[in-house]
Design a protein around this ligand. Structure first.
Ligand SMILES: [Zn+2]
Ligand SMILES: [Zn+2]
Length: 459
Protein backbone atom coordinates (compact mmCIF):
# COMPACT_ATOMS: atom_id res chain seq x y z
CA UNK A 1 0.00 0.00 0.00
CA UNK A 2 3.01 2.24 0.40
CA UNK A 3 3.25 3.40 -3.22
CA UNK A 4 -0.37 4.57 -2.96
CA UNK A 5 0.37 6.78 -0.03
CA UNK A 6 3.47 8.20 -1.64
CA UNK A 7 1.53 8.92 -4.81
CA UNK A 8 -1.37 10.45 -2.89
CA UNK A 9 0.94 12.65 -0.87
CA UNK A 10 2.64 13.71 -4.04
CA UNK A 11 -0.68 14.56 -5.65
CA UNK A 12 -1.67 16.62 -2.64
CA UNK A 13 1.56 18.61 -2.93
CA UNK A 14 1.12 19.06 -6.65
CA UNK A 15 -2.53 19.98 -6.41
CA UNK A 16 -1.78 22.49 -3.68
CA UNK A 17 0.54 24.35 -5.99
CA UNK A 18 -0.72 25.00 -9.49
CA UNK A 19 2.55 26.65 -10.51
CA UNK A 20 4.35 23.38 -9.83
CA UNK A 21 1.76 21.45 -11.84
CA UNK A 22 2.35 23.77 -14.79
CA UNK A 23 6.12 23.57 -14.48
CA UNK A 24 6.27 19.79 -14.10
CA UNK A 25 3.48 18.77 -16.44
CA UNK A 26 4.90 15.29 -17.01
CA UNK A 27 5.30 14.76 -13.30
CA UNK A 28 1.55 14.92 -12.74
CA UNK A 29 1.18 11.88 -14.98
CA UNK A 30 -1.15 9.73 -12.85
CA UNK A 31 -3.81 12.46 -12.52
CA UNK A 32 -3.44 13.50 -16.11
CA UNK A 33 -3.47 9.90 -17.29
CA UNK A 34 -6.63 9.17 -15.36
CA UNK A 35 -8.46 12.09 -16.89
CA UNK A 36 -7.14 11.11 -20.31
CA UNK A 37 -8.49 7.57 -19.86
CA UNK A 38 -11.80 8.87 -18.49
CA UNK A 39 -12.15 11.02 -21.60
CA UNK A 40 -11.41 8.07 -23.89
CA UNK A 41 -13.90 5.85 -22.06
CA UNK A 42 -16.58 8.55 -22.38
CA UNK A 43 -15.80 8.95 -26.07
CA UNK A 44 -16.04 5.18 -26.68
CA UNK A 45 -19.15 4.62 -24.60
CA UNK A 46 -21.86 4.92 -27.24
CA UNK A 47 -19.98 2.56 -29.55
CA UNK A 48 -19.36 0.09 -26.70
CA UNK A 49 -23.01 0.31 -25.70
CA UNK A 50 -24.10 -0.70 -29.19
CA UNK A 51 -21.52 -3.54 -29.28
CA UNK A 52 -22.84 -4.67 -25.90
CA UNK A 53 -26.54 -4.58 -26.80
CA UNK A 54 -25.85 -6.41 -30.06
CA UNK A 55 -23.90 -9.12 -28.23
CA UNK A 56 -26.64 -9.30 -25.62
CA UNK A 57 -29.37 -9.75 -28.22
CA UNK A 58 -27.42 -12.51 -29.99
CA UNK A 59 -25.69 -14.78 -27.50
CA UNK A 60 -23.74 -17.85 -28.55
CA UNK A 61 -23.32 -20.98 -26.46
CA UNK A 62 -20.14 -22.66 -25.20
CA UNK A 63 -17.66 -23.49 -27.99
CA UNK A 64 -20.11 -22.03 -30.53
CA UNK A 65 -18.97 -18.38 -30.13
CA UNK A 66 -18.12 -17.94 -33.81
CA UNK A 67 -19.57 -14.48 -34.43
CA UNK A 68 -18.37 -13.14 -31.08
CA UNK A 69 -14.86 -14.42 -31.80
CA UNK A 70 -14.91 -12.84 -35.28
CA UNK A 71 -16.00 -9.53 -33.76
CA UNK A 72 -13.13 -9.54 -31.25
CA UNK A 73 -10.59 -10.67 -33.86
CA UNK A 74 -11.63 -7.90 -36.28
CA UNK A 75 -11.53 -5.24 -33.57
CA UNK A 76 -8.10 -6.24 -32.30
CA UNK A 77 -6.66 -6.52 -35.80
CA UNK A 78 -7.93 -3.03 -36.56
CA UNK A 79 -6.08 -1.76 -33.49
CA UNK A 80 -2.76 -3.25 -34.56
CA UNK A 81 -2.79 -6.48 -32.53
CA UNK A 82 -1.40 -9.67 -34.07
CA UNK A 83 -4.46 -11.90 -33.91
CA UNK A 84 -4.72 -15.67 -33.92
CA UNK A 85 -8.13 -17.30 -34.13
CA UNK A 86 -9.38 -20.78 -33.28
CA UNK A 87 -7.09 -21.26 -30.27
CA UNK A 88 -9.08 -23.80 -28.25
CA UNK A 89 -11.92 -24.16 -30.79
CA UNK A 90 -13.30 -20.59 -30.89
CA UNK A 91 -10.74 -18.75 -28.73
CA UNK A 92 -9.01 -15.58 -29.93
CA UNK A 93 -5.53 -14.36 -28.93
CA UNK A 94 -4.46 -10.79 -29.69
CA UNK A 95 -0.87 -9.74 -29.00
CA UNK A 96 0.37 -6.16 -28.96
CA UNK A 97 4.12 -5.82 -28.54
CA UNK A 98 4.93 -2.42 -27.15
CA UNK A 99 8.55 -2.49 -26.10
CA UNK A 100 10.29 -3.87 -23.04
CA UNK A 101 8.33 -4.73 -19.95
CA UNK A 102 6.06 -7.36 -18.50
CA UNK A 103 3.68 -9.56 -20.45
CA UNK A 104 0.14 -9.23 -19.17
CA UNK A 105 -2.68 -11.54 -20.16
CA UNK A 106 -6.20 -10.10 -20.01
CA UNK A 107 -8.98 -12.64 -20.31
CA UNK A 108 -12.61 -12.11 -21.25
CA UNK A 109 -15.03 -15.01 -21.74
CA UNK A 110 -17.55 -15.12 -24.56
CA UNK A 111 -20.27 -17.69 -23.97
CA UNK A 112 -23.92 -17.28 -23.06
CA UNK A 113 -26.20 -19.78 -21.34
CA UNK A 114 -29.07 -21.99 -22.52
CA UNK A 115 -31.68 -19.86 -20.74
CA UNK A 116 -34.81 -18.22 -22.17
CA UNK A 117 -34.30 -14.56 -21.30
CA UNK A 118 -36.99 -12.80 -19.31
CA UNK A 119 -35.16 -9.63 -18.30
CA UNK A 120 -37.48 -7.21 -20.08
CA UNK A 121 -34.64 -5.05 -21.45
CA UNK A 122 -35.24 -3.75 -25.00
CA UNK A 123 -32.22 -5.65 -26.29
CA UNK A 124 -33.20 -8.96 -24.64
CA UNK A 125 -32.33 -12.09 -26.58
CA UNK A 126 -35.09 -14.03 -28.31
CA UNK A 127 -32.57 -16.18 -30.18
CA UNK A 128 -32.68 -19.95 -30.37
CA UNK A 129 -29.24 -21.29 -31.30
CA UNK A 130 -27.42 -24.59 -31.66
CA UNK A 131 -25.43 -25.90 -28.75
CA UNK A 132 -22.26 -27.90 -29.31
CA UNK A 133 -24.22 -31.14 -29.63
CA UNK A 134 -26.41 -29.61 -32.38
CA UNK A 135 -29.52 -29.19 -30.23
CA UNK A 136 -31.58 -26.01 -30.51
CA UNK A 137 -31.52 -24.01 -27.28
CA UNK A 138 -32.83 -20.64 -26.16
CA UNK A 139 -29.78 -18.51 -25.44
CA UNK A 140 -29.11 -15.64 -23.04
CA UNK A 141 -26.11 -13.72 -21.83
CA UNK A 142 -27.18 -14.65 -18.30
CA UNK A 143 -23.68 -14.35 -16.83
CA UNK A 144 -22.86 -10.96 -18.38
CA UNK A 145 -19.98 -12.29 -20.47
CA UNK A 146 -21.21 -9.79 -23.09
CA UNK A 147 -20.06 -7.00 -20.76
CA UNK A 148 -16.66 -8.70 -20.52
CA UNK A 149 -16.29 -8.75 -24.32
CA UNK A 150 -17.48 -5.15 -24.74
CA UNK A 151 -15.13 -4.25 -21.86
CA UNK A 152 -12.21 -6.05 -23.54
CA UNK A 153 -12.82 -4.16 -26.78
CA UNK A 154 -13.05 -0.87 -24.88
CA UNK A 155 -9.84 -1.64 -22.97
CA UNK A 156 -8.06 -2.54 -26.22
CA UNK A 157 -9.15 0.70 -27.83
CA UNK A 158 -8.08 2.84 -24.88
CA UNK A 159 -4.71 1.12 -24.44
CA UNK A 160 -3.96 1.13 -28.18
CA UNK A 161 -4.50 4.89 -28.16
CA UNK A 162 -2.14 5.35 -25.20
CA UNK A 163 0.85 3.30 -26.31
CA UNK A 164 3.26 5.95 -25.11
CA UNK A 165 1.96 5.44 -21.56
CA UNK A 166 2.80 1.77 -21.16
CA UNK A 167 5.38 -0.70 -22.32
CA UNK A 168 5.50 -4.45 -22.47
CA UNK A 169 3.48 -7.08 -24.23
CA UNK A 170 -0.28 -7.08 -23.95
CA UNK A 171 -2.04 -10.38 -24.61
CA UNK A 172 -5.82 -10.05 -24.84
CA UNK A 173 -7.81 -13.25 -25.09
CA UNK A 174 -11.45 -13.99 -25.80
CA UNK A 175 -12.01 -17.33 -24.15
CA UNK A 176 -14.74 -19.77 -25.16
CA UNK A 177 -16.83 -22.11 -23.03
CA UNK A 178 -16.40 -20.77 -19.51
CA UNK A 179 -19.87 -21.98 -18.55
CA UNK A 180 -18.83 -25.59 -19.03
CA UNK A 181 -15.40 -24.81 -17.51
CA UNK A 182 -13.67 -26.17 -20.60
CA UNK A 183 -12.51 -23.12 -22.56
CA UNK A 184 -9.49 -22.11 -20.47
CA UNK A 185 -8.11 -25.66 -20.56
CA UNK A 186 -8.76 -25.82 -24.32
CA UNK A 187 -6.75 -22.62 -24.93
CA UNK A 188 -3.90 -23.72 -22.66
CA UNK A 189 -3.82 -27.13 -24.33
CA UNK A 190 -3.49 -25.45 -27.71
CA UNK A 191 -0.40 -23.53 -26.66
CA UNK A 192 -1.58 -20.31 -25.02
CA UNK A 193 1.64 -20.18 -22.98
CA UNK A 194 3.94 -21.65 -25.66
CA UNK A 195 2.80 -20.33 -29.04
CA UNK A 196 2.32 -16.81 -27.67
CA UNK A 197 4.38 -14.64 -25.29
CA UNK A 198 4.32 -16.25 -21.85
CA UNK A 199 2.48 -13.97 -19.42
CA UNK A 200 3.89 -12.69 -16.15
CA UNK A 201 0.36 -12.03 -14.87
CA UNK A 202 -3.16 -13.07 -15.88
CA UNK A 203 -6.07 -10.80 -14.97
CA UNK A 204 -9.81 -10.83 -15.55
CA UNK A 205 -12.98 -9.20 -14.30
CA UNK A 206 -16.48 -10.56 -13.86
CA UNK A 207 -19.68 -8.55 -13.88
CA UNK A 208 -21.96 -9.55 -11.04
CA UNK A 209 -25.38 -8.96 -9.52
CA UNK A 210 -23.95 -9.04 -6.01
CA UNK A 211 -22.65 -5.46 -6.10
CA UNK A 212 -24.20 -2.17 -7.19
CA UNK A 213 -23.31 -1.08 -10.73
CA UNK A 214 -19.85 0.42 -11.04
CA UNK A 215 -18.56 -0.89 -7.69
CA UNK A 216 -15.44 -3.08 -7.71
CA UNK A 217 -15.21 -6.12 -5.41
CA UNK A 218 -11.83 -7.64 -4.60
CA UNK A 219 -10.39 -10.39 -2.45
CA UNK A 220 -6.99 -11.94 -1.78
CA UNK A 221 -6.58 -15.71 -1.87
CA UNK A 222 -9.64 -17.89 -2.52
CA UNK A 223 -12.13 -15.77 -4.46
CA UNK A 224 -14.30 -18.41 -6.11
CA UNK A 225 -14.78 -22.01 -5.11
CA UNK A 226 -13.56 -25.17 -6.69
CA UNK A 227 -16.36 -27.17 -8.20
CA UNK A 228 -16.46 -30.84 -8.88
CA UNK A 229 -19.35 -32.46 -10.66
CA UNK A 230 -19.74 -36.06 -9.60
CA UNK A 231 -21.91 -38.89 -10.86
CA UNK A 232 -22.69 -41.86 -8.64
CA UNK A 233 -24.12 -44.99 -10.17
CA UNK A 234 -25.62 -47.01 -7.33
CA UNK A 235 -25.95 -50.59 -8.50
CA UNK A 236 -28.05 -53.31 -6.90
CA UNK A 237 -29.54 -56.60 -7.90
CA UNK A 238 -33.02 -56.11 -9.35
CA UNK A 239 -36.06 -58.31 -9.07
CA UNK A 240 -39.77 -58.50 -8.32
CA UNK A 241 -41.13 -55.86 -5.97
CA UNK A 242 -42.99 -58.59 -4.09
CA UNK A 243 -39.76 -60.47 -3.33
CA UNK A 244 -37.26 -58.00 -1.92
CA UNK A 245 -35.39 -60.79 -0.14
CA UNK A 246 -34.15 -61.99 -3.56
CA UNK A 247 -32.72 -58.56 -4.46
CA UNK A 248 -30.30 -55.83 -3.38
CA UNK A 249 -32.48 -52.75 -3.65
CA UNK A 250 -30.50 -49.79 -5.09
CA UNK A 251 -33.28 -47.32 -4.22
CA UNK A 252 -32.94 -48.07 -0.51
CA UNK A 253 -29.16 -48.01 -0.78
CA UNK A 254 -29.16 -44.72 -2.73
CA UNK A 255 -31.46 -43.20 -0.07
CA UNK A 256 -29.02 -44.24 2.66
CA UNK A 257 -26.13 -42.80 0.66
CA UNK A 258 -27.91 -39.44 0.17
CA UNK A 259 -28.52 -39.14 3.92
CA UNK A 260 -25.02 -40.30 4.87
CA UNK A 261 -23.48 -37.74 2.50
CA UNK A 262 -25.10 -35.01 4.59
CA UNK A 263 -22.78 -35.90 7.45
CA UNK A 264 -19.60 -35.14 5.51
CA UNK A 265 -19.88 -31.36 5.86
CA UNK A 266 -21.50 -31.47 9.32
CA UNK A 267 -19.30 -34.19 10.89
CA UNK A 268 -16.09 -34.57 8.90
CA UNK A 269 -15.05 -31.18 7.53
CA UNK A 270 -13.33 -28.95 10.06
CA UNK A 271 -15.73 -26.27 11.35
CA UNK A 272 -15.05 -22.97 9.61
CA UNK A 273 -13.91 -24.54 6.33
CA UNK A 274 -16.36 -23.96 3.51
CA UNK A 275 -17.71 -27.03 1.80
CA UNK A 276 -20.87 -27.93 -0.08
CA UNK A 277 -22.11 -31.39 -1.01
CA UNK A 278 -25.36 -31.19 -2.95
CA UNK A 279 -27.17 -34.12 -4.49
CA UNK A 280 -28.95 -32.36 -7.33
CA UNK A 281 -30.65 -35.32 -8.99
CA UNK A 282 -31.67 -38.84 -8.09
CA UNK A 283 -33.11 -41.10 -10.74
CA UNK A 284 -34.03 -44.73 -10.42
CA UNK A 285 -36.79 -47.22 -10.97
CA UNK A 286 -39.34 -47.61 -13.74
CA UNK A 287 -42.32 -49.35 -12.19
CA UNK A 288 -43.80 -49.68 -8.70
CA UNK A 289 -43.52 -53.44 -8.53
CA UNK A 290 -40.02 -53.74 -9.91
CA UNK A 291 -36.86 -53.43 -7.85
CA UNK A 292 -34.51 -51.78 -10.31
CA UNK A 293 -30.89 -52.56 -11.03
CA UNK A 294 -29.50 -49.08 -10.59
CA UNK A 295 -30.01 -45.51 -9.39
CA UNK A 296 -28.10 -42.52 -10.68
CA UNK A 297 -27.15 -39.55 -8.49
CA UNK A 298 -25.69 -36.26 -9.75
CA UNK A 299 -23.76 -34.13 -7.26
CA UNK A 300 -22.07 -30.78 -7.17
CA UNK A 301 -19.24 -30.23 -4.68
CA UNK A 302 -17.74 -26.87 -3.70
CA UNK A 303 -14.78 -25.90 -1.53
CA UNK A 304 -12.31 -23.05 -1.13
CA UNK A 305 -9.37 -25.30 -0.44
CA UNK A 306 -8.03 -28.10 -2.65
CA UNK A 307 -7.39 -30.27 0.43
CA UNK A 308 -11.00 -29.89 1.58
CA UNK A 309 -12.18 -30.84 -1.92
CA UNK A 310 -9.97 -33.94 -1.83
CA UNK A 311 -11.47 -34.79 1.56
CA UNK A 312 -15.04 -34.49 0.18
CA UNK A 313 -14.26 -36.77 -2.75
CA UNK A 314 -12.54 -39.37 -0.57
CA UNK A 315 -15.41 -39.31 1.96
CA UNK A 316 -18.02 -39.79 -0.75
CA UNK A 317 -16.12 -42.74 -2.20
CA UNK A 318 -15.77 -44.29 1.25
CA UNK A 319 -19.44 -43.82 2.15
CA UNK A 320 -20.68 -45.22 -1.16
CA UNK A 321 -18.53 -48.31 -0.96
CA UNK A 322 -19.06 -48.83 2.76
CA UNK A 323 -22.85 -48.60 2.62
CA UNK A 324 -23.00 -50.84 -0.45
CA UNK A 325 -20.94 -53.47 1.36
CA UNK A 326 -23.14 -53.12 4.44
CA UNK A 327 -26.15 -53.78 2.22
CA UNK A 328 -24.54 -56.95 0.92
CA UNK A 329 -24.02 -55.71 -2.61
CA UNK A 330 -21.56 -58.04 -4.38
CA UNK A 331 -18.09 -56.74 -5.24
CA UNK A 332 -18.85 -56.51 -8.92
CA UNK A 333 -21.92 -54.33 -8.25
CA UNK A 334 -20.34 -51.72 -5.94
CA UNK A 335 -21.23 -48.06 -6.72
CA UNK A 336 -19.33 -46.36 -9.55
CA UNK A 337 -18.19 -42.85 -8.55
CA UNK A 338 -17.07 -40.61 -11.43
CA UNK A 339 -15.82 -37.03 -11.55
CA UNK A 340 -17.07 -35.39 -14.75
CA UNK A 341 -15.00 -32.98 -16.85
CA UNK A 342 -17.19 -30.12 -15.57
CA UNK A 343 -14.84 -29.68 -12.63
CA UNK A 344 -12.45 -26.86 -11.83
CA UNK A 345 -10.13 -25.79 -9.03
CA UNK A 346 -10.32 -22.87 -6.59
CA UNK A 347 -9.82 -19.42 -8.14
CA UNK A 348 -7.17 -18.05 -5.83
CA UNK A 349 -6.10 -14.43 -6.27
CA UNK A 350 -2.39 -13.85 -5.82
CA UNK A 351 -2.15 -11.64 -2.69
CA UNK A 352 0.66 -9.34 -3.91
CA UNK A 353 -0.93 -8.83 -7.31
CA UNK A 354 -4.35 -8.24 -5.76
CA UNK A 355 -2.95 -5.63 -3.37
CA UNK A 356 -1.26 -3.85 -6.22
CA UNK A 357 -4.39 -3.78 -8.37
CA UNK A 358 -6.63 -2.83 -5.46
CA UNK A 359 -4.38 0.14 -4.69
CA UNK A 360 -4.73 1.20 -8.33
CA UNK A 361 -8.55 0.79 -8.23
CA UNK A 362 -8.69 2.92 -5.10
CA UNK A 363 -6.74 5.63 -6.84
CA UNK A 364 -8.66 5.44 -10.07
CA UNK A 365 -12.21 4.92 -8.82
CA UNK A 366 -12.16 6.18 -5.23
CA UNK A 367 -12.27 4.05 -2.09
CA UNK A 368 -16.07 4.23 -1.86
CA UNK A 369 -16.28 2.26 -5.11
CA UNK A 370 -13.80 -0.46 -4.13
CA UNK A 371 -15.02 -3.08 -1.64
CA UNK A 372 -13.48 -6.15 -0.09
CA UNK A 373 -15.73 -9.10 -0.97
CA UNK A 374 -15.73 -12.52 0.69
CA UNK A 375 -15.26 -15.57 -1.54
CA UNK A 376 -18.36 -17.01 -3.18
CA UNK A 377 -19.23 -20.64 -3.86
CA UNK A 378 -19.55 -20.05 -7.60
CA UNK A 379 -16.63 -21.30 -9.69
CA UNK A 380 -14.60 -20.03 -12.65
CA UNK A 381 -12.24 -21.66 -15.09
CA UNK A 382 -10.11 -18.50 -15.03
CA UNK A 383 -8.44 -20.41 -12.17
CA UNK A 384 -6.84 -22.66 -14.82
CA UNK A 385 -4.53 -19.85 -15.95
CA UNK A 386 -2.81 -19.96 -12.55
CA UNK A 387 -2.74 -23.74 -12.25
CA UNK A 388 -0.20 -24.63 -14.92
CA UNK A 389 3.44 -25.48 -14.15
CA UNK A 390 4.25 -21.74 -14.50
CA UNK A 391 2.11 -20.96 -11.41
CA UNK A 392 1.27 -17.55 -12.83
CA UNK A 393 -0.03 -14.94 -10.38
CA UNK A 394 -3.68 -14.38 -11.30
CA UNK A 395 -6.31 -11.92 -10.14
CA UNK A 396 -10.02 -11.63 -10.89
CA UNK A 397 -12.25 -8.90 -9.53
CA UNK A 398 -15.95 -8.18 -9.53
CA UNK A 399 -17.61 -5.32 -11.34
CA UNK A 400 -21.05 -4.63 -9.89
CA UNK A 401 -23.91 -4.62 -12.39
CA UNK A 402 -27.08 -4.13 -10.38
CA UNK A 403 -29.01 -0.87 -10.52
CA UNK A 404 -27.96 0.84 -7.24
CA UNK A 405 -31.60 1.78 -6.42
CA UNK A 406 -32.70 -1.83 -6.80
CA UNK A 407 -29.68 -2.98 -4.81
CA UNK A 408 -30.61 -0.64 -1.94
CA UNK A 409 -34.26 -1.73 -2.10
CA UNK A 410 -33.17 -5.37 -1.89
CA UNK A 411 -31.15 -4.48 1.22
CA UNK A 412 -34.30 -2.99 2.79
CA UNK A 413 -36.79 -5.67 1.79
CA UNK A 414 -34.54 -8.72 1.94
CA UNK A 415 -35.84 -9.77 -1.49
CA UNK A 416 -32.77 -10.77 -3.50
CA UNK A 417 -31.97 -9.03 -6.80
CA UNK A 418 -31.90 -11.30 -9.89
CA UNK A 419 -28.58 -13.11 -9.84
CA UNK A 420 -26.19 -14.12 -12.61
CA UNK A 421 -27.66 -17.18 -14.39
CA UNK A 422 -31.23 -16.01 -13.70
CA UNK A 423 -33.56 -15.41 -16.67
CA UNK A 424 -34.31 -11.97 -15.24
CA UNK A 425 -30.70 -10.83 -14.68
CA UNK A 426 -29.73 -7.76 -16.68
CA UNK A 427 -26.86 -5.53 -15.56
CA UNK A 428 -27.40 -1.81 -16.13
CA UNK A 429 -25.07 -0.88 -19.01
CA UNK A 430 -24.00 2.36 -17.40
CA UNK A 431 -21.87 2.64 -15.34
CA UNK A 432 -21.14 -1.11 -15.56
CA UNK A 433 -19.44 -1.00 -18.97
CA UNK A 434 -17.44 2.08 -18.03
CA UNK A 435 -16.31 0.39 -14.80
CA UNK A 436 -15.25 -2.69 -16.81
CA UNK A 437 -13.09 -0.62 -19.16
CA UNK A 438 -11.75 1.73 -16.50
CA UNK A 439 -10.83 -0.98 -13.99
CA UNK A 440 -9.18 -3.17 -16.64
CA UNK A 441 -7.29 -0.22 -18.13
CA UNK A 442 -6.19 0.85 -14.64
CA UNK A 443 -5.00 -2.68 -13.90
CA UNK A 444 -2.98 -2.95 -17.11
CA UNK A 445 -1.45 0.51 -16.63
CA UNK A 446 -0.58 -0.41 -13.05
CA UNK A 447 1.30 -3.48 -14.30
CA UNK A 448 2.73 -2.05 -17.52
CA UNK A 449 2.42 1.68 -17.21
CA UNK A 450 5.19 4.19 -16.89
CA UNK A 451 3.14 6.74 -15.00
CA UNK A 452 4.69 5.88 -11.65
CA UNK A 453 8.22 5.96 -12.95
CA UNK A 454 7.48 9.38 -14.44
CA UNK A 455 7.31 10.89 -10.96
CA UNK A 456 9.38 14.11 -10.46
CA UNK A 457 12.07 12.35 -8.42
CA UNK A 458 12.72 10.00 -11.31
CA UNK A 459 13.26 12.87 -13.75
ZN1 LIG B 1 -21.74 -18.11 -15.38
ZN1 LIG C 1 -19.44 -16.06 -15.81
Amino acid sequence: MKPTHITRALHAVLLANTIHIASVAVAAAPEELRSLVTGRVEAEYSSLFSIYTNLHAHPELSFMEVKTAALVAGELRGLGFTVTERVGKTGVVGVLNNGAGPTVLVRADMDGLPIKENSGVPYASTDVVKDISGEDQPAMHGCAHDTHIAGLIGTARVLASLKDRWSGTLVLIAQPAEEIVAGARAMLKEGLYTRFPKPDFAIALHTTSILPAGVIGYGEGPFLASVNSMDILVRGVGGHGSAPHTTKDPIVLASQIVLALQTIVSREVKPGATAVVTVGTIRGGLKRNVISDEVKLELTLRAFDDKVMEQLIASIRRICEGLARAAGVPDNRLPVVTLTPESVGVTSNDPALTRRLTAAFNEWLGTDRVKLHPPITGAEDFSEFGRTAEKLPICMWWVGGTDPAKFAESGRTGVPVPSNHSATFAPVPEPTLKACVTSMTAAVLELMGNARTAQPKAR
